[in-house]
Design a protein around this ligand. Sequence first.
Ligand code: ADP
Ligand code: MG
Length: 667
Amino acid sequence: MKGGGKLSASLWEELGFVDRLGLLFHFPRRYEDRTKWQDPFLAEIGSPITLRGEIGETKFSRWRGGRICFEASLIPEGAIDSVRLYWFNMPYLKTYLTTGKEIVVHGKIQSYKQGLKLTHPEFEMIKPGENDFIHLDRITPIYPLSGKVKQRPLRTEMHKLLFDDELKLPEIHPVPDDLVDLSSALRNIHFPENDQALRQARRRLAFDELFCMQTVLTRRRRLVTSMTKQRPERTDSFVKRYLDSLPFEPTEAQQRAFRDIEENLDKSYPMNRLLQGDVGSGKTLVAAYALLLNAERGLDGALMAPTETLAEQHFQNLRVLEEITGIEVILWTASCKPSAPGQGLRPRIYVGTHALFQEGVDLGDLGLGVVDEQHKFGVLQRQNFLKKGNHPDLLVMTATPIPRTLCLTLYGDLDISVLNELPQGRKPIKTVIRKRKDLHKVWDYIRKTMKDGHQAYIIYPLLEESEQSALRSVKEAFAELKAEFGENEVTILHGKMKSDEKSKNMELFKSGQRRVLVATSVIEVGVDVPQATLIVIEHAERFGMAQLHQLRGRVGRSIEQSYCVLVSDVKSDESKERLEVLEQTTDGFVIAEEDFRLRGPGDVVGVQQSGLPRLRLAQVSQDMELLSIARREAEILLDEDPHLKNHPELRKRLSHFGMELGPEVAN
Ligand code: ADP
Ligand code: MG
């Protein structure tokens, strides 16, 4: 690489780029406007700020808990007074940040009793006279760094690549007319001339990113449709027998999903379908329908659930099929493996956890796999599964509400069915927020619920930082609640329990022998106990909105009125607002959108599920029209050149965006 040298070698190693262009697709994570310096004393407290100045005196101080703090005063350019800078546990800073040195710092401006301060600001040393036009006096890019790569040398390298030589970049795919050309986009995404140029650059590169993504997705889908699956004729009427045995009619939405699935199963290529339905919409019935339709052809099927508890629940539910249809239903989890799987003449339905889809597990004559709560699984597991049997059909189910447009981006390779209605007669769950001091009233309410013959969940958070203490709290609560409601009324469920103990306690609750279940969020997905009509969630502020919605979905599963009590002493406006949204609506879509609004972009629901790298530039909310153009163009391209044989440059571009085209041929 021209002008490479030492830095480039380490960059290559650290950042893993394959070629020169690859580096240019390492985009800034933010920018600092270093053309004009703000006066910190005029800035709003709490807002991010960039300051340039000279370091005054420095010292070490010791703080509570024994933390060592390196302190420096900074006299910012254009300010009337100095501000203080604090860095904890970074004593080595003393060798760089000496009195008289010039630096640029970036952080949130805070006030303290003697004035203004920045805690742990990012900083960059200024070396007098050195390339000011790259690092200062401009909108300056700040890169995500890893390993030993440093901000300034990386920026210098980028600048060299972009401006020292003539930057000749061929357009390798069609681009809408109103977008700027690639060279100009790359120059401005790294070193923006102004805000508008930056916006245009981002838009152009977002298109490229979406185009790459759609190429991958469209090709994936075509690979599936080019496969040929062998399926025997249908010889039985399991579905009819099963539906006739149910005490209820399938909803319109469920019937639509049935039809979608039947159509897919009749095709010559494998089904690849996503079933999306809010909690309680009755996805399990659709799964059972698909499994039975598959069994009518004499083929085996598999249903994969994310937890043992859920696998067991599905197993218990599907067991009635044995009587009605003669199909064999087999439970297969880490702690429960069948001794002689794959024997016998009847079609089988395997129900299990991911243990089921591991390599080496023989699922017999597998014709269909169903993945429940698929957001809990990685794409790898999905793909592992697809290697089994004879190009099995695949149905993945999720309660994650994903707006349709977003679905297209993320699941461009899947067909989609939506359960957009709840079974008849369901009353919306009533949700209230209560303070901890009012818990006794909540307990009274639990007593009333029990008296009415219904059941209640009480949920405690499982803290990621300290699982231990959360465990103690659920265990402590267990003891207290037994005292409160009676030894024989309360049972417990948490992730650290042995599986046989878990299933025993779950059974106690399910059968109504224990009417209160104290649990951690292990019951978040899927658990279905219709006679439970109350859920109390302690420390509700510790849960995300989507999770609260899922938890709440454990009730409201019958025609009885159900209730959800969010117990929280939150003070912060944001947390309060999140809980209030749940109080106001039970619509999963609204909650997802509010969640998105309150947390801002970033990790949009379900992005990791798609198996594609996170989008770096494109934003689902604002680039929708680019997305549909990208999708169309990708289709046209793949019509002409299905394996991108004549487009080696485009293959490279995919890798620049961290994407891969995947296998060459189907079958
Ligand atoms: P989820 O979509 O959250 O997985 P489930 O499949 O667990 O929902 O269904 C929730 C409850 O609704 C279950 O008790 C199920 O038996 C019941 N159910 C499913 N479909 C219907 C229907 N069409 N009418 C009445 N109840 C139904
Ligand atoms: Mg479910």
